[in-house]
Design a binder for this molecule. Structure first.
Ligand SMILES: Cc1ncc(C[n+]2csc(CCOP(=O)(O)OP(=O)(O)O)c2C)c(N)n1
Ligand SMILES: [Mg+2]
Length: 388
């Protein structure tokens, strides 16, 4: 067999290179470094065309809600010590993520929070007493989810990802442009529900933003024992979901990246995953002792990247925040905390039987059995009191 000139051309390395299709994964990949618009001291970095800086009025509001959020968080921690709250998972240090994310969505969008997101919920404008109802142990959820477009806080890890995917798909199916924002922690990205939720959202192009707050620990388990992935943002790419990573202690960058992610989802392009690199400054909850698994030098290093101070320095340098404005926000935060204290000191009357209401539209046999057990126990306790 003789070799034709055409066959030689087909086989030449040059021709083969030209025929290589573009890598379809490339547009999905996150930046190799987390997106950052302010350095840790609050000094602006060169502007970027991919993530334009949000308007200054929005940044001032971001600052105000972060200050209020931090004050709320300190107050909630104090309430656990006074026996007014059963448990509180602090998000101190994660203010840029908590507030930046909710500022990126509309009131008509849906938020799917975990137990860590109390600050995000108050930043969304939900009454703080209603937010703390779950953690006080009074009820499953203190606010009306359908009224505030916010699901109850989820303690079973990652289950909210499946709920978010389902809601977003349903909304899109009915022709609405609602976006679902699903918060999730670094540890919870190892759960099956995260993978099922993101896969469903990707296949059905459901408008969900999966927002991973990588605060470097899942209780005592450090990130190095959680994953070998170079970044949690790579977990999106395998499902065909565009992904990004951001400095989670840079409030301006968090808002800029989330704004783009939300716009992507709203425009009908399907889900988006954002990993924010941050740190939880307090223990996992008030019931945890973080000094048993992390050292003080690590915590101190993150103290220097404080997101509230970072934004304040930047806004002052831009001349849009001064001593008077800071004092006014501080005063608002104190009044907010005082009102929360007063109202949390009132003990509401809760009917334990109501715990079984609204769990399912049709109660399961197990739920009915449990309800009868509690009814019997309460009756027995009343009888004992009567005898005493
Ligand atoms: C399905 C499930 N497994 C285990 C737990 C116990 N648990 C509660 S919080 C937590 C750590 C989660 O860490 P991460 O996802 O990083 O969130 P973070 O608490 O750091 O915000 C674990 C294992 C749970 N709540 N649900
Ligand atoms: Mg974590």
């Amino acid at each position: 067999m003789t070799t034709t000139p055409q066959a030689v051309r087909r086989a030449s390395p040059r021709t083969r290179r030209a025929a290589t299709p573009p890598d379809p994964a490339r547009p999905l990949l996150p930046n190799t470094e987390p997106v950052r618009l302010l350095d840790p001291t609050g000094t602006p970095l060169p502007a970027r065309t991919d993530y334009p800086e949000p308007p200054v009025e929005v940044l001032r509001e971001l600052y105000r809600r972060m200050v209020l959020g931090r004050r709320f968080d300190t107050q909630a921690t104090a309430l656990t010590k006074q026996g007014r709250l059963a448990v509180y998972p602090s998000s101190r240090g994660q203010e840029a993520c908590q507030v930046g994310a909710v500022l990126a969505v509309r009131d008509t969008d849906w938020v799917f929070p975990t137990y860590r997101e109390s600050m995000a919920l108050v930043a969304r404008g939900i009454d703080p007493v209603e937010v703390l109802t779950l953690l006080r142990g009074d009820w499953h959820c203190g606010y009306d989810p359908t009224e505030v477009h916010t699901a109850p806080q989820c303690t079973p890890l990652a289950t909210q990802c499946v709920h978010a995917a389902g809601l977003a798909h349903g909304e899109a199916y009915q022709g609405r442009d609602t976006v679902a924002l699903a918060f999730i922690g670094d540890g919870a990205t190892s759960e099956g529900d995260f993978h099922e939720g993101i896969n469903f959202a990707a296949v059905f192009k459901a408008p969900v933003v999966f927002f991973v707050q990588n605060n470097r620990y899942a209780i005592s388990v450090p990130l190095s024992r959680q994953t070998a992935a170079p970044s949690l943002a790579y977990k999106g790419v395998g499902y065909g979901v565009p992904s990004e990573q951001v400095d989670g202690n840079d409030p301006v960058a968090v808002l800029a990246v989330l704004t783009r992610a939300v716009a992507h989802a709203r425009a009908g392009n399907g889900p988006f995953l954002v990993e924010a690199h941050t740190y939880r400054m307090e223990a996992h909850t008030n019931a945890d002792d973080a000094s048993r698994y992390r050292d003080g030098a690590e915590v101190d290093a993150w103290r220097d990247r404080d997101p509230v101070a970072r934004l304040e320095t930047y806004l002052r340098a831009r001349g849009v925040l001064d001593d008077a404005a800071v004092a006014e926000v501080t005063e608002q935060a104190e009044a907010y905390a005082a009102d929360l204290r007063t109202r949390m000191n009132e003990q509401p009357t809760v009917d334990p039987m109501s715990l079984f209401d609204h769990v399912y539209a049709e109660p399961t046999p197990q739920l009915i059995e449990q309800r009868e057990q509690v009814r019997a126990e309460l009756a027995a306790a009343r009888d004992e009191e009567g005898d005493a």
